[in-house]
Design a protein around this ligand. Structure first.
Ligand code: BGC
Length: 525
């Protein structure tokens, strides 16, 4: 959607500029994504470092260095090793539920500060770890940090951003996740060369983004919305003027006050969510994050170096390949920032789905042909490994312009205000839960399903693409508070939306149809 194309409910256009002040504020705020990304990217590389493995997971290390005839699919299968990666996400799930209260009652900044402090503590414990228990405790603290940061940062960004730029700034969060992953991949590549203790630098490096977000949270301004929510109206209007760069903010201010009043009347947002008219929203809040993780992306993000080693790369080459996939991830995210409001969400979802499906089948065939079911291979030609990496890169780029950013953007724009925070918590929790599940069972699945693992994810990509085609209306160019029109016009969800919930009269039904094209009309989904 062109930046100037947003109109609010009732056709209002709030004045406001993309001021340097708000830009800097949002850049600092999105550092929360950087921490999340750093964590996603660091663990896979560290768990492939021989020094780290021999110190903490000697049995995995021995299996790995043993006779080449050992089944390649299973050499990394270790429940404790996966627990190292996945424990963080379970902790993040729990913390995000607690964080929703802190964020609401004490402001977004405090949650961000907690995020930074917990993160920093986790990074220090990990860097100094003497045993597996210290490693796990460190990961749990990092997870708590992520829970707080991920709950508050996206909220902070969308409240700060002028509504015209909310889409791009929202994907800015995903961009900083991918940059965090890439930085972690690059650091792993270099730190792996420092023998005995390079992994300590990798794990301790999480302190840097943690300190940035910690200090950032102290100097960042509170959002006007949060100030109003906490009864500080005078401060809120001064802040709103500063953020928008204009004096004429009364209309937006009054609407923020009204929205805050209205949401205070909703006593049971969780119970509300179960009402029939919220069925489409609840479905999306659960299915979108579930499917995002079932693309299998985190198999690559967490375990790329391990995976590349499995297909025969040397230590150094496998870390380098992770750097390459990390770079592709960042660049392809830029494509979605450019295209999401031009081509629409459905187009990106469906194109990404087809591309991921083809690549997963191709990788399954490549690995299946060489490794068979026994997994015994002694000499894999280099060109062959390069072809596999190429397909993995094409797959990662597809994810990075489809399910990656849209998995966060679409849920954040489809919920009506009265259930927005509850539905968003469900979205985050489901995402963290399935991130945990995939991280925990991937190495075991690789051992049992072998090359069929890629067919397993390909199957889910097919299912999710059909789901999007049939059930997700196009939301491009639709003001958030008028989203009910889109659902009303949908061939399947229409019957769930009562007429009285539409923002205003029949004219809007027509508007919804012409505006939304494919995704929003009754005749075509
Ligand atoms: C997902 C993460 C994933 C990352 C990869 C995010 O949108 O939520 O699970 O690791 O994208 O870039």
């Amino acid at each position: 959607m062109p930046a100037g194309g947003f109109v609010t409910q009732g056709g209002k256009e709030y004045p406001g500029k993309l001021t340097p002040y708000v830009l800097v504020t949002c850049i600092v705020g999105s550092m929360g994504g950087l921490i999340f990304g750093y964590d996603i990217g660091i663990s896979g590389g560290v768990t492939s470092m021989p020094d780290f493995l021999s110190s903490f997971f000697p049995s995995v290390y021995e299996k790995q260095t043993a006779d080449k005839s050992t089944n390649q699919y299973c050499k990394f299968d270790s429940a404790t090793l996966t627990l190292f990666t996945s424990s963080l996400y379970l902790a993040a799930l729990l913390a995000s539920l607690v964080a929703s209260t802190v964020t609401r009652k004490f402001g977004r900044k405090l949650s961000m500060l907690f995020g930074g402090v917990l993160f920093c503590a986790g990074a220090i414990i990990n860097a100094l770890a003497q045993n597996v228990a210290m490693l796990i405790v460190g990961r749990i603290l990092l997870g708590f940090g992520i829970g707080f940061a991920n709950q508050s940062v996206p909220l902070y960004l969308s409240e700060m951003a002028p509504y015209k730029y909310r889409g791009s700034l929202n994907i800015g969060f995903q961009l900083s996740i991918t940059i965090g992953i890439l930085i972690a991949n690059v650091l792993n590549y270099f730190f792996a060369k420092i023998h005995d203790w390079g992994w300590r630098l990798s794990l301790g490096g999480a302190m840097v983004p943690a300190i940035i977000i910690g200090i950032g949270s102290l100097i960042l301004p509170d959002t006007p919305n949060s100030l109003i929510e906490r009864g500080k109206r005078d401060e809120a209007i001064t802040k709103l003027r500063r953020v928008r760069g204009v004096d004429d903010v009364e209309e937006e201010f009054n609407d923020l006050v009204a929205a805050s009043e209205a949401s205070k009347k909703v006593e049971h947002p969780w119970r509300n969510l179960l009402e029939k008219k919220y069925r489409p929203h609840l479905t999306m809040a659960i299915m979108i994050p579930f499917f995002q993780q079932l693309t299998g992306i985190n198999v690559i993000m967490f375990y790329a170096p391990v995976l590349f080693k499995t297909i025969g790369f040397k230590d150094d080459n496998s870390l380098m390949s992770a750097v390459i996939t990390g770079g592709v991830n960042v660049l392809a995210t830029l494509v979605s920032i450019y295209g999401v409001d031009k081509w629409g969400r459905r187009f990106l979802f469906l194109e990404g789905g087809v591309q991921m499906f083809i690549c997963q089948i191709a990788v399954a065939i490549c690995i299946g042909v060489k490794f068979g079911v026994s997994g015994n291979v002694t000499n894999l030609p280099q060109w062959y490994a390069i072809v596999v990496v190429l397909f993995i890169c094409i797959y990662v780029s597809a994810f990075a312009w489809s399910w990656g950013p849209l998995g966060w953007l679409v849920p954040s724009e489809i919920f009506p205000l009265e259930i927005r925070s509850a539905a968003q918590s469900i979205n985050v929790s489901v995402n963290m839960f399935f991130t945990f599940v995939i991280a925990q069972i991937f190495l075991t699945m690789l051992c049992h399903l072998k090359f069929g693992l890629f067919l397993f994810f390909a199957f889910f990509v097919l299912v999710m693409s059909v789901f999007i085609y049939l059930f997700l209306p196009e939301t491009k160019g639709v003001p958030i508070e008028e989203m009910s029109i889109v659902w009303k016009n949908h061939w399947f969800w229409g019957k769930y939306i009562p007429d009285e919930d539409l923002p205003h009269a029949g004219a809007n039904l027509e508007m919804g149809k012409t505006k939304n094209g494919l995704g929003g009309t009754k005749s075509v989904y």
